[in-house]
Design a protein around this ligand. Sequence first.
Ligand SMILES: *Cc1c(COP(=O)(O)O)cnc(C)c1O
Length: 387
Amino acid sequence: MDSTHFYRDTWVEIDLDCIFENVKNMKRFLPEQVDIMAVVKANAYGHGDVEVAKTALEAGATGLAVAFIDEAISLRHGGINAPILVLGASRPTDVAIAAEHNISLTIYSQEWLDEVLKNNHGNTPLTLHLKLDTGMGRLGIKEKGELQTILKTIEENPQIQLEGVFTHFATADEINTSYFDQQYQNFLQMLEWMPNKPKMIHCGNSATGYRFPEKVFNVVRLGIGMYGMTPSLEIKDQLPYQLQQAISIHSKLVHVKRITKGEKISYGATFTADEDMWVGTVPVGYADGWLRKLQNTHVLIDGELCQIIGRICMDQFMVRLPKKLPVDTKVTLIGKQKDKFISVDDVANALDTINYEVTCSISFRVPRIFLRNKRIIEVRNPLLRHY
Ligand SMILES: *Cc1c(COP(=O)(O)O)cnc(C)c1O
C-alpha cells in the first residue's frame, strides 16, 4: 500500500498538458525579457504542488512562488531545485531554515529585518525580495524613510542579498483601472527611491500579465491563469488566448434505487419525491470540499445534467437520475461528459464565490491523478502516504 493507491470511487484529474500549454502560451504572449514565476501556493490551488511546479518549469517558468516556508520545503522534498520565493510573512527565527533550503523570503518591514539580524542565521546567504505596499494594504513598506533604512541595513550585511522588489495589485482583474493606475504610479515612485535596483522587479499577477504585459517589468507571478481559469468573470473576454482548465473531478454511482412519490431524501428530509424516480448515491461530500450550498446544483452522469437532491452529507450526496443506471456509472462534478461541460466558474457561481476558492477547497482526502499526453503518470493520495 502506498500513496499511488486509492480505495474510494472519487478522484481529481489534473491534465498537466493544460498547465504546460497555459504556461507556454503566456511565455509566448509576454515581452521577451519577462520571466514567469509559477505560483503554486496552497498545493498549487488544490491541483498538486510538485507536479504542477515541474510542469510549469518544463514549459518555461524560471521560478516558483508559495505562501509560506512549509510549502517551499514541500517542493524541495519533491526534488525541485528551481528558485522559490515565499510571498507571505515568515518568522525571523526561521530564516536559517529558508537559507539552508535556498528559499527566498519576503522582507516587508524594518522591524522584521532587525529581528532577522538579531537571530543571525549564520553564513549561508539569505536572499530576499522587498515587498512594497502600493495600495493592497496587506504586507509591505510604504514610507521612504523605512525603505532607505532597510536598503542601508542590507548594504551593511553582505550575508543578505536583495534579489527582487515587488508589489501586488488589488484590482488588476477589474474593468475599471483607476485604482490599478494609482497603485502602478505609487510603484513607479517607490522604485525611484531605490538608486540600486535589484535584479528582479515584479508587480503582475495573472490578470496584470494578460491585460498590461508592457507594465510587468521582468517577472509575472502567474497563478490562476496557469490552471486555466480566468482571474475574474469581468475580464474573461479580455484574455489574450484560450485558457485550458486543467482540473476535473469525478466519482461513481455507488448505489441506485427506485423511490416512490412522497418518499424523502437525506438529512432534514428536505427533499420529497414529486413522482416515482430513480435516485443515485455519490460518495462525495462537504468534507471533500463539495459544500452543502451545492444542493440542487447539477452533476454530469451518462452525459446528462442530474440534480443533487436533499442535503449534501459529509461524505455522500444523492442525485436524481433520468433512468435506471448501473452502479459504477461515472459521475463528473467538474469537467466534461459528451458535449456537456461543468466549469470551475459554474461551481463558483453557485457558491457565490470565485474559482480560486473552489479548487483550493477540494480537500486532501480526494486523491489526485496526474495525466500527461493523456496518460496517467502519477497518483497522489495523502491519506496513504508513509510517515
Ligand atoms: C497568489 C498571488 C499571486 C497569484 O495571483 P493570480 O491571480 O492567481 O495570478 C501573485 N502574487 C501574489 C503576491 C499572490 O499572493
